[in-house]
Design a protein around this ligand. Structure first.
Ligand SMILES: *Cc1c(COP(=O)(O)O)cnc(C)c1O
Length: 396
């Protein structure tokens, strides 16, 4: 729950908007640096979680690299002064234009996802008389035990090179003179809360490393991707993810060769808890079995619930303490059940079913918590909606 002074500031701002708590972001980054530095690990921020300029500038100021999945993300990272030697580029479908852009900017590494991609990067690098540094994104066939739409490390997923393709890949690399293999890359999924999935990943990485050692191939970098989950249910109790346990686990279980560097690509766990979508109640409507609280924010501002049935904690900021209007009307504080929905013409535009809130009125301010990752960046103009705005704790 926000402090009253913060909630008071929201009253004068037209909704919906994203509110970013800069202090929470900085404290999170501080912890990430502190815990990763213990082991000399390199951390990159996955821009796809949030590509807001101010957020990126803060992240960059903590000396963190960039993990990009499109040419425009590379462009944005460079604009925000991430150094090209700390930019990695992943994605199953890199276009020629994107590859050329990355080559021109001499990024640190391409995380390559297929045999054919290796061929194309080699050809484009050759045309520029350059050598592209590459890592093989290997599909380790590890189950991340998360939602099926955000699991990426199983053989049935579209991502990465499968283990049975490695012989062919090594043969191809011998032919591709404009590629330099510098690493192995893994990313098994997102919103992973059971850390034992990462242990399974480490053991798998050790096995795969052994294969490369047997083939006398030197690997300088191990990139274990991102995926650390956050607490959507109790954000205030767990504002900062358990980075200490997370990094320690990799230190305990990864078997590294001398001088090998370890890289991480964290998105969600860095920016999720600093962001909240703030909205107002437009209407309260009685349904057959339920009451609807209809908000002025919808799937166009926060798509995760519609896209993968994601949960966001919903709070009525006007009822704690109750406003004079609510006291005057004698509204119930003991909880009424609402389906909290948006205004968009889609039935999936629903933020939560059977949500218990104090009795809620038109005009009440509603917070959708833990929305700083995969929130604003996925917003759209569907229904010709205005693009959602953002405000920051140090500016309002
Ligand atoms: C999305 C993505 C990440 C970040 O994942 P989080 O769950 O947000 O930490 C890291 N690496 C790659 C390749 C990704 O696609």
């Amino acid at each position: 729950m926000f402090e009253q002074e913060v909630t008071a500031k929201f009253k004068n701002i037209p909704t919906p908007f994203y509110y970013y708590d800069v202090e929470v972001l900085k404290q999170t980054l501080q912890k990430v640096k502190e815990e990763s530095n213990k082991y000399g690990f390199n951390v990159h921020y996955a821009l796809k979680a949030n590509a807001n300029n101010k957020i990126l500038n803060i992240i960059k100021s903590f000396n963190i690299g960039a993990d990009c999945v499109s040419g425009n993300e590379i462009k944005k990272a460079i604009e925000c002064e991430f150094s090209p030697d700390h930019i990695v580029f992943a994605g199953v479908g890199k276009s020629d234009a994107e590859i050329n852009f990355a080559l021109e900017n001499d990024i640190f590494c391409f995380n390559c996802e297929s045999l054919q991609e290796l061929e194309v990067i080699n050809e484009l690098a050759g045309a520029k008389n350059k050598t592209a540094r590459i890592a093989l994104r290997i599909n380790p066939n590890v189950n991340a035990n998360t939602h099926k739409y955000i699991t990426t490390g199983l053989e049935e997923n579209k991502f990465g090179i499968n283990l049975w393709e490695l012989d062919a890949v090594i043969a191809a690399l011998k032919e591709h003179k404009n590629l330099k293999l510098i690493g192995l890359h893994f990313h098994i999924g997102s919103q992973i809360t059971d850390l034992s999935s990462f242990k399974t990943l480490c053991l798998k990485v050790n096995e795969i490393q052994a294969w490369f050692v047997n083939h006398k191939i030197k690997i300088e970098n191990i990139n274990v991707g991102g995926g650390l989950g956050v607490d959507y249910h109790e954000p205030d109790a767990n504002l900062i993810a358990d980075f200490a346990a997370y990094f320690k686990l990799f230190n305990d279980f990864l078997e590294l060769l001398p001088n090998q560097k370890v890289h991480f690509e964290l998105g969600r766990s860095i920016s999720a808890q600093c962001g909240t979508l703030i909205s107002r109640v437009l209407y309260i409507k009685k349904g057959v079995n339920t009451n609807f609280a209809i908000l002025d924010a919808g799937m166009t501002e926060l798509m995760r619930p519609a896209l993968y049935q994601a949960y966001h904690k919903i709070e009525n900021l006007s009822t704690s303490p109750p406003s004079p209007l609510q006291l005057e009307r004698g509204v119930r504080q003991d909880g009424v059940r609402y389906d909290v929905v948006g205004p968009i013409c889609e039935s999936s535009d629903c933020f939560g079913k059977a949500v218990d809130l104090p009795e809620t009125l038109r005009g009440d301010i509603i917070a959708l918590r833990t929305a700083g990752s995969y929130g604003e960046v996925m917003s759209s103009a569907y229904n010709l909606r205005d693009r959602v705005k953002a405000f920051y704790s140090d500016e309002i």
